[in-house]
Design a protein around this ligand. Sequence first.
Ligand SMILES: [Zn+2]
Length: 448
Amino acid sequence: MNDKVRSHILANQRAFIEDLSTACRIPSVFGNDAALHEMADWLTARLRQAGCQVEQWPLAGGPPVVWGEIGAGERSLLSYSHYDVQPADPLNLWDSPAFEPVVREGKLFARGVSDDKGDVMSRIHAVETYQAIYGELPLRFKFFVEGEEEIGSPNLAPAAATHAAQLQADGCLWESGGFDNEERYTIYLGVKGMLYVELRAGGAVCDLHSAYAPVVTNPAWRLVQALNTLRSADGVITIDGFVEHVRPPTPAEESYLDHIPFEGAARKAQWGLQQFEGGVDDREALKRFLFAPTCNICGIYSGFIDAGQKTVLPNAAMAKLDLRLVPNLTPELVLDLLRRHLDRRGFDEIEVVRLGSLSTSRANPQAEFVQTVTSALADVYGHQPVVYPSHGGSGPMYPLAEGLGMDAVTVGVGYAGVNMHAPNENIRVDDYLKHVEFLVELFRRFGS
Ligand SMILES: [Zn+2]
């Protein structure tokens, strides 16, 4: 690898860590508006110092997006990260104060150092390192740093829509990547979408004596009967038209399964299970985890659930469902399919209330951007990264990725012990420096 880059990073490591520490001293916890605005202003000044054209995009009721652009060239990269952090409590479980960053045994401890200030600062330091060694950045690098990630990015989609032209790039670096617990660098090429709904069944105006059960419809039964039509006993989602819309994984996506470590026996032991659902083997379990849509009951509530017995005929029943979505299943489509499915079976009195939704986002594994990220990671980190074609979970990636026609990849400065959202959040200093080196190499390869 490039010795000049490496020695520049080593010569500046104290300054980098001090700079990152300054960012972490600002307690930009969600809800703390003064600190969030202070953080946005600090970041604005810092990006300007790096040479960026900077703007703050005000959002409805929240802290602004900080936007910075730098470099020249045919190609561009969008960087997504965030400057808000989780609260630090319980404070007594920290070995040093959460907003007084300190290095111990090669690790920098501070709230927000991994989630997500380390990611944004490493990108600033990479831009500056590139400029110091090679001169002008060979691509246009676009920083999008929001302050509302920890509360679910409520204004991300509207901000992306408003600034769509400015955001357009040839690839998107997402936040939050790093080493897994076996020290393998790990990246994700997407997330599942999600539709979260509440099903509500109603009955009489009040709970009744259960002697009336022969003559009064029980909403708990109605709800259970409706739920029973949504999914078969062997796990197939039976909402009319649902499976027909699913785009199965492509051969390229599926080929990653062979390289993803998945210790089924260890998971089963950890969770106290004899087998995975359907008794499937490890490969099939991993395949379902990454690629299968779900219709999951998060909770059911009705009637009397305290200790002991009480005979009652409840007048309401409620269930919360999350449906994880894969390509071609949009939240709107699934909501519509669910409504029609219930109506067709006479469950038209059951109300479907949409509580939240996220769209699926999936990068094309064969895109040049993805390939360049992967090969630069392999060369800088010295091993092939583990590539997940999708996360099993969901996140707000879509508005800045697939929604704008872009491929997004998660990269970052983390490792398995970062204690995200927990006391003693930290990153390893060496990981931080290595990541700056990787980013400089990515700029060099993707820009030329
Ligand atoms: Zn977080």
